[in-house]
Design a protein around this ligand. Structure first.
Ligand SMILES: Cc1cc2nc3c(=O)[nH]c(=O)nc-3n(C[C@H](O)[C@H](O)[C@H](O)COP(=O)(O)OP(=O)(O)OC[C@H]3O[C@@H](n4cnc5c(N)ncnc54)[C@H](O)[C@@H]3O)c2cc1C
Length: 328
């Protein structure tokens, strides 16, 4: 028979959103478990240097991850290395997370902070040189490419917008697209075509990312989509924007989401399933950063605590005051 464990709050994912939520839930004296399939940190572990988390002008991703984790543990949150297979709301109103070890975790509320995954090109050199010239985040890594010649891959809004953004730093930006027209909105395209630092390379695929003796990207092998001829392009950075997939497959039952699968929440981070909150990269929002994930995690944990308080005394309105003056 599978083992079953009971908590006030289950948090799925130990990225910045999950660990911040865990810290606040712990501080609220809630019995909290964080279920994480890998090491704590989420995308922080794929980020060499963070320079835009307030209070830390320069910190390595793994180090910030460790600080988040120990801070959450200090307030009593429990961390379990578990891959959640399904998260469902049961007929009795409890949430149940079933993991691949066969353990069942039950709780009164749940917070999903499972993030998302940038879609990979799947070419040699891409994974090997991630953080050494290969990036999936312009806001995060753009400043490392001041004065460089770089390539952006993709043809949707993200690729076109970020190519334009990256010219703040890079001397030259090649936008490489496998087709002969963009999917991006016309206004973004107009801005792109007017930018003298950008050159579009149409009908072209990337076959390989190559690095120099120091392991830093210095060349891309390109292939013409029609003639299949290959050629080299000297570039010290490659930014890949061919899509991002939210990790929401575990939710059983319908939770409202956008066309890409990002979860829709209200201002308290509650999803369309009562008592299920979502925070960080997994939800519909303007930008995806460590700061926004931490902010979402804060709101989700405090809203979850309010939700539990209202369950204990149903006469209380589970309304969160807009004053921001709620003390935890
Ligand atoms: C290459 C790169 C560089 C970046 N650089 C910066 C930067 O410099 N500054 C900045 O502010 N932001 C940066 N970002 C963005 C930032 O890392 C993310 O916005 C942030 O990590 C989102 O936090 P999160 O907790 O929502 O999700 P994530 O960090 O993605 O964490 C989600 C966690 O959930 C876990 N998980 C998923 N599914 C399951 C499951 N079924 N069971 C158990 N666990 C599960 C995952 O293993 C992961 O640990 C970068 C992103 C990338 C990809």
């Amino acid at each position: 028979m599978s083992e079953s464990r009971d908590y006030d709050v289950i948090i799925v994912g130990a990225g910045p959103a999950g660990m911040t939520a865990a810290m606040y839930a712990g501080r609220s004296m809630l019995k909290t478990v964080v279920l994480e399939r890998g090491a704590s940190g989420g995308e922080l572990l794929n980020t060499e240097i963070i320079e835009d988390y307030p209070g830390f002008e320069h910190i390595e991703g793994w180090e910030l991850a460790q600080k988040f984790e120990s801070h959450a543990k200090k307030f009593g949150a429990e961390f379990q290395q578990e891959t959640v297979i399904t998260l469902e709301k049961m007929p009795d109103g409890a949430f149940q997370a079933t993991t691949d070890s066969g353990t069942i975790y039950r709780s009164k509320v749940a917070i999903i902070t499972s993030g998302g995954t940038p879609i990979k090109l799947g070419v040699p050199g891409e994974i090997e040189y991630a953080g050494k010239g290969v990036s999936y985040c312009a806001i995060c890594d753009g400043a490392f490419f001041r004065g460089h010649t770089i390539a952006v891959i993709g043809g949707g809004d993200a690729a076109v917008e970020e190519a334009d953004f990256l010219t703040r730093y890079a001397e030259k930006v090649y936008l490489i697209h496998r087709r002969d027209e963009f999917r991006a909105s016309k206004i973004l395209q107009k801005r792109l075509f007017e930018n003298p630092k950008i050159e579009v390379i149409w009908n072209t695929l990337v076959d390989e990312v190559q690095a120099d003796a120091q392991g830093l990207v210095h060349n891309l092998v390109l292939r013409d989509a029609n003639t299949h001829e290959t050629r080299n392009l000297a570039a010290t950075g490659i930014f890949i924007f061919i899509g991002f997939r939210p990790n929401t497959g575990i939710i059983e039952g319908h939770a409202d989401h956008d066309e890409m699968g990002y979860l829709r929440t209200d201002m308290n981070m509650e999803t369309s399933i009562k008592g299920l909150f979502a925070a960080g990269d997994v939800r519909v929002q303007l930008t995806r950063q460590v700061t926004t994930a931490a902010g979402d995690g804060t709101t989700a944990a405090i809203a979850a605590e309010k939700y539990l308080a209202a369950m204990r005394s149903p006469s209380d309105e589970p309304v969160i005051s807009g004053s921001g003056g709620y003390a935890v």
